[in-house]
Design a protein around this ligand. Structure first.
Ligand code: KG4
Ligand code: ZN
Length: 337
């Protein structure tokens, strides 16, 4: 059975089809990066308008793919939160309209839970539990322990900035462009990660995460170094500080919870050195490691459709059409009404 998915929580409009929760049939993504690039970040009102322009033609295209595939669409899933409220409403309204027209259920999906589902979708298999998850993106840094699809304990989360936000801010100050993560990774390949000594925030507190101190340290370093600053070395040093910090937190969580599986997900999971580092951490704990392929790390509707497939059963008594969008829907929290 096919699940139709919609994602519009930030600056990517995406409509997708996933078969049986494990196979991507279509995953159309329309990025607004070029539009927001000139502002150095996402402008919420602009994002909503661009979602509105993109979503209907994309739905038409995906419905044509579904017709060719010959399988019936059994349900529609959309990101209901967290995210930018106006942006969420666009994808959700399109999804509800499609559910009504096709006379099939609408399933609300939590964006962060869907990021974790992307790792299983990438591997073409159904989720297994328990697992420790690290979701790192432009808005979030969350370390979780998943007991089932919706029973998710938060082990720790950032008190302030998210790692993606940190990369985006530093790249903007260095005038490297937007989004910052990919360009910092690229610039870092030519840099010396030992050149600048940057802090590993909250190193003595395994359950706490914070990235704003690292941001301040980088900004101070830029001021004191002035023209002497070697940008590639700074990018490499920053990337290593983020990888070290996240590896410390994951090491503590694996030691404490001893899960059979570690999942890395979210936009920052596209970072190659981070993928390699956490693969090593997992191996050292005799733990399996799953991370989505790059296209399923950043925002996409395939992960929404996959998660919708798996959570649908727990929502059997729910009339999805009554669910509202929620900018702050926490991972594992009850569905917003
Ligand atoms: O998950 P995502 O697409 O959107 C949110 O839900 O936030 O994540 C976007 C974030 C951006 O901050 C971007 O700079 C970061 O993911 N990112 C990366 C890489 N690719 C994207 N960060 C580090 N290395 C990358 N290769
Ligand atoms: Zn995301």
């Amino acid at each position: 059975m096919l699940t139709l998915g919609f994602e519009s929580s930030c600056d990517d409009t995406s409509v997708a089809l996933v078969a049986d929760g494990t196979r991507v049939v279509a995953n159309l993504i329309s990025s607004q990066i070029e539009i927001h690039r000139r502002f150095g970040g996402v402008v919420p009102e602009v994002a909503s308008r661009k979602h509105l322009e993109a979503v209907t033609p994309m739905l038409g295209e995906v419905l044509a793919i579904a017709r060719d595939a010959g399988d019936p669409i059994g349900r529609v899933a959309a990101t209901t939160g967290p995210g930018l409220l106006g942006a969420l409403l666009v994808g959700m309204s399109a999804a509800k309209a499609a559910a009504l027209a096709l006379r099939i259920p609408f399933v609300p999906v939590n964006h962060l839970e869907a990021h974790l589902s992307a790792a299983f979708l990438g591997a073409g298999r159904a989720p297994t539990f328990p697992f420790v998850g690290l979701v790192v993106s432009g808005g979030h840094a969350l370390l979780t322990l998943s007991h089932s699809h919706r029973q998710i304990e938060i082990i720790s989360q950032t008190h302030d900035d998210a790692p993606g936000e940190l990369f985006d801010k530093i790249a903007r100050v260095l005038e490297l462009g937007y989004p910052g993560g990919p360009v910092i990774q690229k610039t870092a390949t030519a840099g010396n990660p030992k050149r600048y000594a940057l802090p590993r925030p909250m190193a003595d507190r395994p359950e706490a995460m914070s990235f704003s101190g690292l941001k301040t340290a980088v900004l101070n370093l830029m001021r004191t170094e002035g023209d002497r600053l070697v940008v590639a070395d700074l990018c490499a040093s920053l990337q290593e500080a983020v990888c070290d910090t996240l590896a410390q937190k994951v090491t503590a969580a694996l030691g404490r919870h001893r899960p059979p599986l570690l999942v890395l997900a979210g936009g920052v999971a596209a970072n190659q050195p981070l993928r390699e580092r956490l693969a090593q951490v997992a191996a050292a704990h005799g733990c399996e490691f799953l991370v989505p392929p790059l296209v399923l790390c950043t925002d996409n509707a395939a992960m929404i459709a996959a998660n919708g497939h798996w959570v649908a059963d727990s929502h059997r008594d729910l009339d999805g059409l009554t669910v509202n969008a929620s900018a702050n829907w926490a991972i594992g929290a009850p569905i917003p009404t």
